[in-house]
Each structure stands twice: as structure tokens, then as C-alpha cells.
Design a protein around this ligand. Structure first.
Ligand code: 2AM
Length: 208
């Protein structure tokens, strides 16, 4: 593939298989009755902390350093996925998501990442941070309030799990859907095991 010199990049929390399986079960139970929803591949489910878009190789390195600085000041914490809803609203549903209960810790992590990215020269995120897992995207306008109401009333509650690391992720947009690959995984302070990184390299460039 021709290299464009930029990498579509975001910072996220990856999920344990148990949560992905639980989310997949919810998708499956809704899929039969809601044909207007394009479901996110369960393997791709994650909680986005910050979307950077297409950035250069040196900016990717800057992002990794900023995330390391942020993670060094934040202790590992439990996260509890619970409840569902729609963006922008249940009256005009475009994105169907699972929410986070007691979100103070994840907000603190987002703020630390955001602060370090700002210090490193990235503009501040314009949108307020609203922690969620996107499960599906609603295809067409006119799906309307009834679908939003149904989706928003769907129950979801997972056992809390410990967030021990933050991932800088690369996204390749293909005709078959987005393919994600971790660029760096950064341990939070006081996380139990040593920092884990993708095989042999700190950074994966767009052309490998
Ligand atoms: P979403 O889950 O709320 O849709 C990778 O594409 C991740 O980055 C997605 O999880 C998506 O968040 C987020 N993302 C994609 N495009 C974005 C954009 N233009 N602005 C902000 N976040 C975006």
C-alpha cells in the first residue's frame, strides 16, 4: 500500500475479552430487530480518550511521549460499564453506546492526557469528554425517536475491571471497515506488571 506519511491516531482504553463478549451479546440481541444499525466489530470496541486524526510520524512519537507523561501520574483504577444511550440524543439517534458509571477516574485520565497533549502543542479537544463505548451507528436519518427510545432503554451492566494501561492506536480505514493496531501500550502508575509494548518496536509507522 502507498504510504501517505500520516497515521490516523487515537488514544484509548482497550477492553478485556469478557466485556467485548458481553457487548457482542447485546449487539446480537438487538441486531435482529434493528436493521438500520451498523454494528461495531466487537474486536474493535474500545473507549476513546482522545482522537488525534491524521498526524505525522514525529507527531505520533510526541503523542506517545505525552501519554507516557500522563500515565506516570495516574494510578490504575476500576471502570464500570453500565447503561446505554444515543448521541446526539435519543430523539435523533446516530450513535448507540454503552456508558460508564462513576466516571471520575476516567475523566481524570482524559484530563491528564489532554493536558500533556496541549503542552506538547496539540490543540485542546473542542468537544466535552463523554466516556462511552460505541456499539453501533445508525444508518439513516429518519430512524427517529422510537428507535432511540428503545435503544436508550436497553440494559447493560458489566463487572468493573481494572484499567492498567492506555493505548495509542493506529486506525486504517479500509472498505471492509476500520482496522486498528496498537502503536504503544503505556502502563498507568502502580499498575501491577511492567510496561508492555508491541513486539520489538516502540512506534509503528504508517508503512510498517
Ligand atoms: P466514537 O467511538 O465516539 O465514534 C476511532 O475512530 C475512535 O475515534 C472512535 O472510537 C471514534 O469515537 C473516535 N473518532 C473518530 N472520528 C472522530 C472525530 N472526527 N472526532 C472525534 N472522535 C472521533
Amino acid at each position: 500500500m502507498r504510504s501517505t506519511g500520516v497515521t490516523r491516531t487515537f488514544v484509548c482504553i482497550e477492553l478485556p475479552a469478557s466485556i467485548r463478549a458481553q457487548a457482542e451479546a447485546l449487539q446480537a440481541s438487538l441486531a435482529a430487530q434493528n436493521t438500520k444499525i451498523r454494528w461495531v466489530n466487537p474486536a474493535n470496541l474500545h473507549l476513546t480518550l482522545r482522537f488525534l486524526g491524521e498526524i505525522s510520524r514525529s507527531q505520533v512519537e510526541t503523542v506517545c511521549l505525552a501519554v507516557r507523561s500522563a500515565a506516570a501520574g495516574i494510578d490504575a483504577f476500576p471502570i464500570h460499564f453500565s447503561g446505554t444511550g444515543c448521541f446526539p440524543s435519543s430523539r435523533r439517534p446516530r450513535t448507540f453506546w454503552i456508558g460508564v458509571a462513576e466516571s471520575a477516574d476516567v475523566v481524570r485520565l482524559f484530563e491528564a492526557v489532554e493536558e500533556q497533549l496541549f503542552t506538547a502543542g496539540f490543540p485542546r479537544e473542542a468537544r466535552p469528554f463523554s466516556p462511552h463505548l460505541t456499539l453501533g451507528r445508525i444508518r439513516a436519518e429518519g430512524s427517529g425517536a422510537r428507535l432511540g427510545e428503545t435503544l436508550g432503554q436497553t440494559e447493560f451492566d458489566a463487572a468493573p475491571f481494572p484499567v492498567t494501561e492506555v493505548t495509542v492506536m493506529k486506525s486504517d480505514l479500509r472498505s471492509t471497515g476500520a482496522v486498528y493496531a496498537p502503536i504503544a501500550r503505556v502502563r498507568l502508575r502502580s499498575a501491577d506488571v511492567k510496561q508492555r509494548e508491541p513486539e520489538n518496536s516502540r512506534f509503528i509507522s504508517p508503512d510498517g
